[in-house]
Every structure is written in C-alpha cells, then in structure tokens.
Design a protein. Structure first.
Length: 170
C-alpha cells in the first residue's frame, strides 16, 4: 500500500486528513479515566495530560458518555473555510455536555483550575475559553497553538516528565 500525501492543514498548521493513518491518529485512554479519544500521536502527550488534569480539577470525564471529543475531520466552527484543529487530531473537547460552544458555564473555581493547567503548558496550547466573541466561547476546547511543532511538544514532555500517553513519570 502506498503512502498518502497530505496537502491539507488545520487552523494551527498541522497536517489534516480524512485518512487518520496518514496523520498518525491513534486511540488513547485519558489517564485516570475510562474515556478514550482519537488524537494525533505527536500531540497526544500534552492533550492527554491536560485532560487528566481537567478530570481531576475541573470536571469528571467519566460521565456522561460522548462528552469527550478528539479527531474529527470537519470545517472549523468559525465558518472561515478552514479545517478545524480536530481534523488534524490536535484538539480535544472536554465535557461538551457541560460546557457547550457559546456558553460560559464554568465557575470561577473551574476557570482558575484551567488557568493553572494552561500555565504548565508553557504557551503550547490555546483554550477556547479565551476566544473573544461570546458566541464562539468554547470552554471545552483545548488545541495545539499555531506554529507549535512536534519537537516542541516532545521537549515539553521531557521537561515536565510526562510520558507519551500523558501520564506523569515518577
């Protein structure tokens, strides 16, 4: 079987494709949960680490079903004609049932917990809760920031002592 040439990219610049194998998308289990999610393997360590921390400090990810999303080949919700970061497997939505797009349902305590998580991501992640338009607020959404490379994520993982599945290394 020949290799697939990827010519599309998501908003953050990462390769996007309907062919998950072409962009190294795999199924991962979020540490500390029974929840699985499809992500680009190069982006997975930091996104899984965020999900684990989110589960512990913001909202339980084990309930209800279908409230965690990763890879999804689709256009961006902003309607700008670009592909969503989900189309490259470099974004994760956490508790879509509790924090739907266009709402701000997080408590102050939850927002502060997200800020603590993001601070440890060293600028590699964008959070939909920071989107300027009230209609596009997306508190469930975390994505690799534009311009961030797999090498930067690997360096973050080594510096923060996180394994390739988002688990802390003792």
């Amino acid at each position: 079987m020949g290799s697939v040439l990827v010519t599309e990219h998501s908003i953050n610049g990462w390769p996007a494709s309907k062919d998950q194998a072409a962009i190294n998308v795999a199924l991962f289990t979020i540490p500390g949960t029974a929840r699985s999610v499809r992500l680009c393997a190069d982006a997975a360590p930091i996104l899984l680490w965020i999900a684990h921390k989110f589960h512990r400090a913001v909202a339980n990810l084990n309930m209800p079903p279908l409230a965690v999303w990763g890879y999804n080949y689709r256009p961006a919700l902003q309607g700008n004609g670009k592909l969503s970061d989900h189309a490259s497997g470099t974004a994760i939505d956490l508790r879509s049932d509790q924090f739907p797009v266009g709402t701000e349902h997080m408590t102050l305590k939850q927002r502060l917990a997200v800020r603590r998580i993001l601070k440890r991501c060293d600028g590699l992640i964008i959070w939909g809760g920071d989107y300027q338009s009230a209609a596009s607020k997306d508190q469930m959404h975390f994505a690799i920031a534009p311009g961030v490379t797999p090498a930067q994520i690997k360096a973050w993982r080594i510096r923060r002592r996180v394994d390739t599945n988002g688990r802390p290394i003792p």
